[in-house]
Design a protein around this ligand. Sequence first.
Ligand code: C5P
Length: 318
Amino acid sequence: MSLTVRSFAKINLGLCIGPSRPDGFHELRTVYQTIALHDIIRVSVKRGKGIEIVSNDERVPRDASNTCWKITERAMAALKAQGRVVIEIEKKLPVQGGLGGASGNAVVALIGLEESLKKRLTGQERLRIAAEVGSDLPLFLVGGTILGVARGEEVYPLPDLPSMPCVIATPEIGVSTPKAFADWDKLTAAHPSDRIETFSRMISAWLSGQSSGVPVKQGRGRAETPLLDLVRTGIENDFERVVFPQYPELREVKSVLEQAGAIYASLSGSGSALYGLFRNRSTAEKAAAKLSKRGTPAAVTTTLTRQQYWGKFQVSSF
Ligand code: C5P
């Protein structure tokens, strides 16, 4: 049996970096949000053994360095399953970092594998294996608006922000995530940051506002208000402070998104992808056109609630 699924991308609505830990990772807090841009992944299990990765994009690694390979190896062992697993990756997402493309691919490969084998891991095993492969895999087992803590792999579903038009800009710049973390360490060496605690308080304040039943403010769209409430808490992406000075072009892209009417614009993860969230599709389309005109690749999409994420997940099975 083979299963074809959509592998959606994510953005980070704020990301706060804490101290580096004994294991070399950094403690962080972030709000992940899934978006509708996606790759297509097809998983099938055949007779024989081994893993085969096939892709329409030559930049996708076909060996054990591929996240899909890593997760399949672990899952086959945990499921005590046998067979030759073929994973076809139809790359549609931009390869620029910050959108969690490879991480999402791995998670849907795992789900596709389980379906193909008709065998299930427990929820805990899935999360453990996903977190072993990378810090931003587990979020794709939840979808929608998600709180990420620890090194980003500990995930909690948040009340979903309503689906909103979103522009994803993908400047042709490669940012190294480990280097961005190291640069953050240098920047904060003299004054260790207490932003982790502040960020946690901001999110708690937002959550209490969301559940307190305070009436929605007049004159604002329903989709807009929860996001504005979150933005007003002061969430921001700490990576901007080390990445923008090195790549001023990225700061300019953010300014273009803001000037074009984004309610909120930011670097996603350590970049180089940036996004802007908009009130309506036509403003988003104008912003994307403005970016394209200045030579910055940009696509219009929407954010996905948890229900939309899972509702649009499966393409076909046969
Ligand atoms: O977990 P992931 O493979 O995405 O991490 C890539 C690299 O980013 C890690 O090897 C580490 O250098 C850095 N990282 C970090 N702290 C985190 C997440 C990632 O220092 N919370």
